[in-house]
Design a protein around this ligand. Structure first.
Ligand code: ZN
Length: 710
């Protein structure tokens, strides 16, 4: 049997081969299309059972099979698999696009949702929907609307035309930045100009020049070449030259008029505003927030302004300290924008010198994993144990997550080491999502009767969630007696906790409906709550005591080193905060009150800087022209999400600080009100249910060393 068509349990990795992709996916798409057609053509009055369940069934199968292909393509890539993947990608994309524009289906979803509103609240009839089901339908209906499904025929055509032009322009924006970045190269001939640069950066520059058949050293605007110059090059002229090239990329001051993003930005903002108007919103920020936790652009702007006001005194202090240090120790009369990274690095070294490599010796893999599991088991009352399953590589580990009484809750794969043909970075992905299968709608009481998650009755059986957790840490070296365990940097440890937080959101869900179980249906600006929350434990002395063990001496992390790590973490936190807030405000204002006739993005950027920035930007700075998150990516009116989610996670963690960070009662409440609920209700409701109030920003400031005087 084709393993991609076998949904009887865990994925059958051992019998997978790339040649099986096409037949399986084609069959699943054909099945799905047929089911969609049957469902849409049926004359019976639409219900959850005769519409949503069959659509969920077929799309889940396709999603699971394609998810397995995508996962393998990322972690054990090969030419044959890549071809098989790319070969099917357009067909898959087309299927999802058509489904999201299927008006007959949209009409049925609306009918089911409307009929659930008309029944009397105290006497739910047979077929009454649970709150999770309502939430799931509301999400579907919202996405149909945002896709233009309710527009008149003429408006639909305009909307489509706007979308197409937008996607072309966003791609053009990215191409311009990329071309402008790639085109730049600066050759240094005088060795004296290299003073201060680390050896590896000098060697890389020599190789770049040699590759061009030139003598000397070549520097580019790619991060591995640009960053060391800004951070370490002692000569100011080289830093200034590189800085100027970097911040004028893709602008009218850049190397080539064809790469100037000025008009592209203007048109993108104009089109986004136009699409918002067509959908009946005041501006594009409202469209973006429709699927997010933040409710209105004003709420976001107020949030950012408050953060700016509170972090500003600390940023001013950082800035003054940097200037004083530069005058006293670096002979700089003035700190220019191109001196900031250089002077900061010198100050950081002077204050908190310690080596990442020294820290790493305290974090051997087994000790770290045991430390992570100890935290998770203590606060959530679960048991994690090694288990067996088919995998895609010999280094992959597999675990069961059980409740205290031994009941299986979920399972996960750990693929921790970097290797050839594996995509870089770290991420969590769903392999199987929790849902109740075969349950009849025998709801015999009020909704929410099955406990915490707004599920329907208890019939049928539960499909347990399964997660992939993928990282790229160094593998153990040597073999046999000479085997040296994998050592993780502190950053690696934080990454592991972060991804595990996403994993727990997926695994500890108690929701029965596919569309809103685990991380499905969670608002975009709340998704990072459970993951960033977990990072906090990596900065906790009591946790680190049990999670560190020097690879040679066996000693736990010394307190003095820990204190330095904490101090270095908060170095210039005020300035970094303010910089992120400046970008987020620019993004939000550009998508609410930008007037295409009278405004320019530069004037807007200038206003925002005037309001929040402490560092003086040179007049030639054209940062918006390379702001890819917002003009070339998915963060339009969404850049604030980084800080937003950090506030949520810091405040959630503060609840643990108040009761003891491994407090099981607080953990049980977090599990019940946040993790278990997944996307089945608004994230704000879950947060308030856990914390007893709305989020407060003080905790994030405090965690970053910005404690306000009382
Ligand atoms: Zn994350």
């Amino acid at each position: 049997m084709n393993p991609l068509l076998d949904f009887s349990g865990l994925p059958k990795f051992e019998s997978f081969s790339p040649a099986l992709v096409k037949p399986a996916i084609e069959q699943l798409i054909a099945d799905a299309r047929r089911t969609v057609m049957d469902v849409c053509a049926a004359s019976a009055s639409p219900s959850w059972t005769n519409v949503v369940t069959p659509i969920d069934d077929v799309t889940e199968r396709l999603g699971r099979a394609w998810g397995m292909v995508g996962h393998l393509n990322a972690v054990v890539n090969s030419p044959a698999l890549r071809d098989a993947y790319n070969d099917m990608l357009p067909t898959i994309t087309q299927f999802w696009t058509q489904l999201s524009q299927n008006e007959a289906l949209f009409a049925k979803y609306k009918q089911i949702r409307a009929s659930s509103d008309t029944s009397a609240p105290n006497t739910p009839p047979i077929g009454e929907l649970s709150s999770a089901q309502k939430r799931s339908l509301d999400n579907e209906i919202r996405d149909f609307r945002l896709g233009g499904a309710e527009l008149s025929l003429a408006d639909k055509a305009s909307f489509q035309a706007v979308q197409e032009e937008l996607s072309t322009l966003m791609s053009k924006f990215n191409d311009n930045v990329l071309d402008a970045t790639n085109a730049f190269g600066h050759i240094v001939i005088d060795e004296g100009e290299l003073a201060g640069l680390p050896e590896d950066a000098v060697e890389a520059a020599r190789e770049l020049a040699a590759a061009d058949g030139q003598a000397g050293w070549k520097f580019t605007l790619q991060a591995p070449s640009y960053m060391p110059v800004m951070q370490y090059a002692a000569g100011q002229p080289l830093r200034e030259l590189m800085y100027r090239a970097y911040v004028t990329r893709a602008s009218e001051l850049g190397a080539k008029a064809a790469w100037d993003n000025t008009a592209v930005i203007k048109r993108i903002l104009e089109l986004r505003a136009a699409s918002a108007k067509l959908l009946g919103f005041h501006n594009y920020a409202e469209v973006s927030l429709a699927a997010k936790m933040a409710e209105t652009p004003d709420e976001v702007i107020n949030f950012l302004s408050e953060m700016a006001a509170k972090s500003r005194p600390f940023a001013v202090q950082d800035w003054h300290e940097l200037q004083a240090f530069a005058r006293g120790h670096l002979n700089m009369a003035e700190v220019n924008a191109w001196d900031v990274a250089y002077a900061s690095e010198k100050l950081r070294q002077q204050r908190y010198a310690f080596s990442d490599n020294d820290v790493k010796q305290y974090f051997p893999e087994a000790k770290v994993i045991a430390g992570l599991f100890r935290v998770v088991e203590s606060i959530y009352g679960v048991k994690l144990s090694s288990s067996a399953a088919q995998t895609w590589h010999k280094d992959v580990q597999f675990y069961d997550v059980c409740d205290r009484d031994g009941t299986l809750i979920g399972q996960f794969y750990f693929d921790l080491y970097a290797r050839e043909n594996k995509r870089g970075g770290a991420w969590m992905d769903d392999a199987i999502n929790r849902r109740r299968i075969g349950g009849t709608e025998d709801n015999s009481g009020t909704e929410d009767n099955s406990g915490s998650s707004g599920n329907r009755g208890n019939s049928g059986h539960i499909q347990h969630p399964v997660a992939f957790m993928t990282c790229n840490f160094p593998a153990p070296v040597g073999r046999g007696d000479q085997l040296r365990p994998a050592l993780f940097t502190h950053d690696d440890v934080i990454t592991l906790f972060h991804e595990f937080g996403h994993g727990l959101h997926q695994l500890l869900t108690e929701v029965d409906e596919l569309g809103v179980s685990g991380i499905s249906g969670v608002e975009w600006d709340a998704v990072e709550l459970p993951s960033q929350f977990m990072e906090n434990f990596c900065w906790e002395w009591d946790v680190l005591q049990h999670m560190t063990c020097h690879v040679e001496s066996g000693e736990a992390l010394p307190r003095a080193l820990f204190d330095k790590m904490i101090a270095a973490k908060n170095f210039q936190a005020g300035m970094q905060f303010l910089r992120q807030i400046e970008f987020a405000l620019l993004d939000m204002v550009a998508h609410t009150s930008f007037d295409v006739e009278t405004d320019t993005i530069l004037a807007l950027a200038e206003r925002v800087r005037h309001e929040v920035a402490v560092i003086k930007y040179p007049h030639f700075n054209r940062m918006p022209h390379a702001f890819g998150h917002v003009f070339g990516g998915g963060y339009a009116a969404g850049y604030y999400s980084y800080k937003w989610a950090e506030v949520l996670s810091a405040d959630a963690y503060a609840a643990f600080e108040e009761t003891g960070v491994l407090n099981a009662e607080t953990g049980a409440r977090f599990r019940r009100e946040v993790l278990a609920r997944g996307g089945s209700r608004p994230a704000m409701e879950s947060f308030i249910a856990f914390r007893g109030r709305k989020p407060e920003i003080e905790h994030l400031l405090r965690h970053n060393g910005m404690k306000l005087a009382a």
